[in-house]
Design a protein around this ligand. Sequence first.
Ligand code: ADE
Length: 397
Amino acid sequence: MTIVPSNSEKENKKDAGVMKERKAASKNVPVDEIKDDADDALPVAPKPKASRAQLLSAKETAADLKSDATLRPQSLDEYIGQSRLKTMLTMSIGAAKSRNEALDHVLFYGPPGLGKTTLAKVISNEMGARMHMTSGPSLERPRDIIGLVHQLEADDVLFIDEIHRLSRVAEELLYPAIEDFVIDLTSGKGHATRTMRLPLPRFTLIGATTKAGMISNALRDRFGFVLRLDFYSKEELALIVARTSKLLKVAITQGAVDAIAGRARGTPRIANRLVRMVRDYGHFQGAETITEEIATGALDSYQVDAFGLDATDRRMLEILIDHYAGGPVGIETIAATLGEDSDTLEDVYEPFLIQAGFIQRTPRGRTATPQAYMHLKRIPSNQQLNIGQLTIDSIKE
Ligand code: ADE
């Protein structure tokens, strides 16, 4: 029997009660006369907390937001991974503090779930500064920006998530604010337009984006640091999984830690979500310690495979290989065939498939790699062999 992690055992008991009532009604006997047979007492657990797609999506969910508050590292020392970036930040924060200045503006870019917001909070903590948090789409009108910068005090951090989605007007109002710490207010219309320049306190802007290519050069050039976040190694993710388990008071073996880390797609947000899912699954099974067997049982039941690919990833590879002979295929075509939004494919699914070596981006579209053929156990066509994309040896295990 497949056991899907449940919302709560209470719901199972309720379901069993309902089934007994139905059976009693159909047999026309009192409920007490219906035995607790195994099937009724232990139904397949109801609805999982997160759908499979949500489980492996790097997009932030409400449950992530709630648990992140307790799991987020507060300092650079506590922060695991991104060592190149941490060294750079440690030096720059130290230097800014010793000069008693605000840190230069920072732009973080990279796939979702890798810790851009966490790092912004860590920087604020390290600088002993307050952080104001907002996002590109919510700063549409001039008055949104003016209202925001009006609240700034000296050395505050202003964090703008999805900064690539700032409106043109908002972006232009921000330029003098970032560069010269002034804001230009305009009043009146036509010939009567007047501009008043107001000084702002020195602050640090931290921008975050998953789409660095969509940021104008003018905006990008105004950041002192432009820092890319990379996917995490399995070893780094294992440290994060162990840390999260400890904070959530989950007893877990090293084998289970490694199994979760290996399937977390290089992404801490997913690793933390898998820890919560495996914990619930273990709890449902009455296990006191999460062993490797429980962890892999839980991951398998969600169809998260040994590489961390889920049903959507595999479908994307199948479409490339089975429908389009391995590509090249445009992302819009894949999205239409898959019934997914192309932005989601590009931002959430594709970066990991590229980094793990399953697909390649070429100027003519996406192509499947030999590793993708191997993973799906497909044999390439003669045509693909002829064009030298693959060799038969490369697809033999
Ligand atoms: N939780 C999520 N990301 C983390 C990180 N990089 N280090 C420690 N804990 C984390």
